[in-house]
Write a protein that binds this ligand. Structure first.
Ligand SMILES: [Zn+2]
Length: 159
């Protein structure tokens, strides 16, 4: 299930929230709040029902947002080792078609030489890889669902 984006601005700083109040306020499921708690959102104390301070929630959500993967700017792929979008070495990128219209970009990180991947639509190649030499790799159309995952930089595809 994809995580819904909570809006920290809706959480009032000087209020305390129970799990269900917070879920309602942020428009997420109660399980999401439990998940946040597991990820470090601290309750006011250990008594029941669990309460969270508005200020604590805001800080938690702001931090979560900051650590979320940033979308790759044009001309870059996300390098898992550098943990940042990086330019391909020598401006060279392979495009491995997976479907009629889309596939995976593959390049070597110009900084650490790790192989990087990025999902892309064939029609977008010029736009997302400006100034790069994109080589279309032929004959590699694989079975659906067997393509190597590229979890990063998928946000741009959603339009
Ligand atoms: Zn790298």
């Amino acid at each position: 299930m994809p995580a819904r984006r909570a809006n920290p601005q809706r959480v009032k700083l000087h209020r305390s929230y129970s799990v269900s109040e917070l879920a309602l306020c942020c428009g997420v499921h109660k399980n999401t709040i439990r998940h946040w708690q597991a990820k470090g959102l601290e309750p006011v104390d250990s008594s029941r029902p669990t309460l969270f301070r508005g200020a604590t929630i805001r800080a938690f959500l702001a931090k979560a947002k900051a650590s979320r993967k940033s979308p790759c700017p044009p001309g870059t792929l996300y390098c898992l080792r550098c943990r940042e979008p990086r330019k391909p070495a020598l401006g060279m990128v392979d495009f491995v078609p997976i479907t009629e219209s889309g596939g995976n970009l593959r390049a070597i990180c110009g900084t650490c030489e790790t192989v990087m991947h990025r999902r892309a639509r064939r029609a977008d190649l010029g736009r997302i890889m400006p100034g790069c030499t994109v080589q279309i790799t032929q004959g590699q159309i694989r079975l659906k669902g067997r393509a190597s995952p590229s979890p990063n930089c998928d946000k741009e595809r959603q339009n």
